[in-house]
Design a binder for this molecule. Structure first.
Ligand code: BV8
Ligand code: ZN
Length: 252
């Protein structure tokens, strides 16, 4: 695509963002890529012996909880070293600039919260929260558990990561929050391949509800055909440029 048209699309997206009152964002693993967290599609690196489709499932956990915990411990260690990147900070800034803002993330790495996002739904749970299979007690972890799989301090039961695995239902409250976020003037899709449902469905729902869609991704994906403003590039570079000159509520 010629440079100038990319610039034109960015400027058109900036104008749409300045006009928008209700702004929602849907993020996926790509928004944390510049924080050094591998995405699900980059099969290399720490995913070498773990295929998310095989490991992030209830069956895998029932079969071998220690093995599944090994994958989550790896991700906890990767996230512990990671810091939010300019994409996370730009999304937190957008929340401050737009009174009607909501973030829906598929990520469990907690980096949005660390960057300051508060009006958000973690569709797939959070890496640092665990749940006891026996008594249901939910416990926040602050570091990687020493012994795997971790046991419940209360009843000694097996703890699982409090995340949504493939084949598991999402929390209906989170689905309701995400559906409300689809009522937007502008809906930004950042760093997701759009392969995972029902998360990808919210982009379709927003479009059907009359939102204009911005997509920020170095690669085209399953949602690219919905984008009114396709911004090809890395989230950590494109988002700050998209927000350049954006005035807050009441500012001119
Ligand atoms: C459910 C938590 C069923 C765990 C995750 C239709 C309807 C409902 C379900 C399905 C359906 N079709 C298929 C299903 C089943 C399944 C599914 O979607 N399968 C897919 C793979 C075909 N869905 C489910 O199982 C869901 N459950 O609906 O239950 C049900 C129904 C009734 C009754 C009972 C049950 C649950 C899905 C949730 C799974 N859990 N995560 C964990 O993380 O360990 S999903 C997991 O995948 C992560 O959340 C991750 O975010 C996501 C992968 O998607 P992306 O985020 O998009 O990441 P990906 O690597 O794919 O892409 C990265 C993108 O970033 C790329 O586009 C890349 O180009 C881009 N990128 C790279 N660098 C950058 C960048 N972008 C910007 N800047 C950069 N620098
Ligand atoms: Zn317990």
């Amino acid at each position: 695509m010629a440079k100038s048209s990319r610039q034109d699309i960015l400027e058109a997206a900036r104008r749409a963002l300045a006009r928008a009152r209700r702004v929602s964002v849907l993020t996926g693993a790509g928004v944390s890529a510049e924080s050094g967290i591998p995405t699900f599609r980059d099969r290399g690196g720490i995913w070498e012996k773990f295929d998310p489709q095989q490991v992030a499932t209830p069956d895998a956990f029932a079969r071998d909880p220690a093995f599944v915990w090994e994958w989550y411990a790896l991700r906890m260690r990767a996230v512990q070293e990671a810091r939010p990147n300019p994409a996370h900070y730009a999304i937190a800034e957008l929340e401050r600039l737009k009174p009607e803002f909501w973030l829906v993330t598929q990520n469990i790495d907690n980096l949005h919260r660390l960057a300051g996002s508060r009006r958000m739904t973690e569709l797939h749970g959070n890496l640092w929260r665990t749940r006891c299979l026996a008594c249901g007690k939910v416990e926040e972890l602050t570091e990687v558990p020493q012994a795997l799989p971790p046991r419940c301090a209360g009843c000694g039961g097996l703890r699982r990561p409090d995340v949504v695995w493939f084949g598991e239902m999402l929390d209906p409250r989170h689905i309701a929050e995400a559906e409300r976020a689809c009522d937007a003037d502008l809906f930004l899709i950042v760093g997701t391949s759009g392969e995972v449902w029902p998360a990808a469905g919210f982009a379709h729902q927003a479009k059907a509800a009359g939102a204009q869609l911005v997509e920020i991704n170095p690669q085209p994906g399953s949602l690219s055909q919905l984008a009114d403003f396709p911004l090809v590039g890395k989230a950590g570079e494109v988002l700050p440029r998209l927000l350049q000159g954006l005035a807050g509520p009441g500012q001119k």
